[in-house]
Design a protein around this ligand. Structure first.
Ligand SMILES: *Cc1c(COP(=O)(O)O)cnc(C)c1O
Length: 238
């Protein structure tokens, strides 16, 4: 299957899932997760009308952003080390993976230097699995309050990576919980904090995520096929 056909099919499945649950399909944006995929594959998706690409590694994002023209737009979705924030400051339009105040402060500092405001999501580790990034469900309200005072950040919502299940239906409670957390934070009425984005759902479960209120779904292998792992990215975590 071609990338263009895959994109069409996924958009169609998003549309149906949205309609099933009484949502406007246009309220759901597709993030094409292009980590480890070659620039040619990204160009094919761009030509097919895809606009948002999600990357996990700083070095890889820098290289690709230099080669893929506008109107491509980049989201950072991976684990982010504070000392690398400076490299992506002028490249990304949304960071999905802010899970600690020290990282929020560094993003604020770098975007301040650029004279801009960075849109971010707070990543929550709902399952509490030790291998997953993200703040705890109880910590996310405090993180929202603390990060809200940083003038060069705009908190737009939450993101989660649920545990892996073969059956997509089993992740539904995690997606529901993310939405519940967003509602709790909204009810806190913290100045400068909005919760209009929920980033949840990947290749195996994005339809369930859409039914549960996702506004951003992060889909990789269902668009591009199997990932081409770069051993050096995995090792250095860049
Ligand atoms: C790789 C990745 C995805 C996409 O996963 P697929 O199963 O290939 O769709 C989504 N979100 C994050 C944070 C990822 O690292």
């Amino acid at each position: 299957m071609s990338i263009a056909k895959n994109l069409l099919q996924i958009q169609e499945r998003i549309r149906r899932a949205a309609e099933r649950s009484g949502r406007n399909p246009q309220a759901v944006r597709l993030v094409a997760v292009s980590k480890t995929q070659p620039v040619g594959a990204i160009m094919a998706a761009l030509d097919a009308g895809q606009r948002i690409f999600g990357e996990n590694y700083v070095q890889e994002l820098m290289e690709k952003a230099g080669q893929v023209p506008e109107p491509a737009e980049w989201h950072f979705i991976g684990t982010l080390q504070s000392n690398k924030v400076k490299y992506i400051a002028s490249l990304v339009t949304l960071i999905h993976s802010v899970d600690r105040i020290s990282l929020a402060r560094e993003i604020n500092r770098q975007w301040e230097k650029a004279g801009k405001v960075c849109d971010i999501l707070l990543q929550v580790n709902i399952s509490g699995e030790e291998t997953k990034s993200g703040t705890t469900s109880s910590g996310v309200i405090r993180l929202a309050r603390e990060a809200a005072s940083l003038p060069h950040l705009r908190i737009c919502g939450l993101m989660t990576m649920p545990p892996f299940f073969d059956e997509a239906e089993r992740v539904r409670p995690y997606f529901r919980e993310l939405r519940r957390l967003a509602e709790i934070i909204m009810a806190e009425d913290i100045p400068g904090v909005s919760m209009h984005e929920l980033s949840m759902g990947m290749s195996g479960d994005f339809e369930v995520a859409v039914e549960e209120g996702a506004t951003l779904v992060r889909v990789g292998s269902a668009i591009f096929g199997e990932r081409h792992y770069h051993a050096d990215n995995v090792k250095s975590g860049t």
